[in-house]
Design a protein around this ligand. Structure first.
Ligand code: PGA
Length: 242
């Protein structure tokens, strides 16, 4: 695991975007694993800038998103589908048919999730996976638990996560309580993983992750410590308890 501590959010975002851009230039049909939330927004802004000003080409890039709230339609402004189109896809030249985001409205969830993992494999697996981290150590919606699920699955959100995500909703009762998420196995199979964290509220979980030096299902992000090619990029605030 490689660790980079950058001055602030902007520097963290630029560093992450540069890694993505270098990989896309090396392999134009790169398979990206993408994330939502406040953390990756700056990275997406920088990738959009690189597309517009430097001709970074997404025309052959394939993407798979980590997760989606269960019960929200893709056109719901709180959905992760909506987020991705607003914050990235509508502003770059990725092809619609190359975009994969879990559908939070499916009925036969079990088969749908199996198929999602099969699709990832069909494209040769994820080349580079972007991750944020929850204040409780979750990645995607793999919440701390006694056991973690390997493949893509439907999961209950923990109270910590519902509370943290309620900032995007009018009230906490509107936050969905379930989500479809790639599993720990789907994430760990990515050839390269980039985890980003910024801000003081992430400092305790970052300290626990890095100083703890243990792998535990109670801190799903800790599995990155044993991934062969994982990079953690954080800002000085998130590093303040190291
Ligand atoms: P955030 O969420 O980027 O909005 O802080 C990260 C996460 O919960 O994975």
């Amino acid at each position: 695991m490689q660790l980079f501590i950058e001055k602030d959010y902007l520097a963290m975002s630029k560093k992450a975007a540069q890694i993505f851009a270098d990989e896309i230039r090396k392999k134009p049909n790169l398979v990206l694993g993408l994330a939502t939330g406040s953390t990756p927004m700056g990275t997406y802004e920088e990738l959009i800038r690189m597309h517009k000003e430097e001709g970074l080409d997404f025309s052959q890039v394939v993407s798979f998103n980590l997760d989606e709230y269960y019960g929200l339609t893709p056109d719901n402004p709180q959905s992760y589908n909506y987020f991705m189109f607003e914050n990235l896809f509508n502003k770059i030249n990725i092809k619609r048919e190359n975009i994969h985001i879990p559908d939070g409205t499916v009925k036969d969830v079990e088969n749908y999730c199996k198929e999602y993992d099969i699709q990832i494999e069909k494209f040769g697996g994820i080349d580079i996976q972007l991750l944020g981290i929850g204040v409780n150590g979750h990645i995607g919606f793999n919440e701390p638990a006694d056991e973690l699920v390997v493949g893509t699955h439907l999961t209950d959100l923990t109270e910590d996560t519902i509370k943290a995500n309620s900032r995007f909703f009018e009230s906490i009762d509107q936050v969905p309580t379930k989500a479809i998420t790639m599993g720990l196995g789907s994430i760990m199979k990515a050839k390269k993983i980039l985890l980003l964290a910024n801000g003081k509220n992430k400092a305790p979980i970052i300290a626990k992750l890095i100083k703890g030096g243990v792998v535990t299902t109670q801190n799903p992000a800790s599995f990155l410590l044993i991934h062969p090619d994982s990079t953690i990029i954080i800002d000085e605030e998130a590093a303040s308890e190291l």
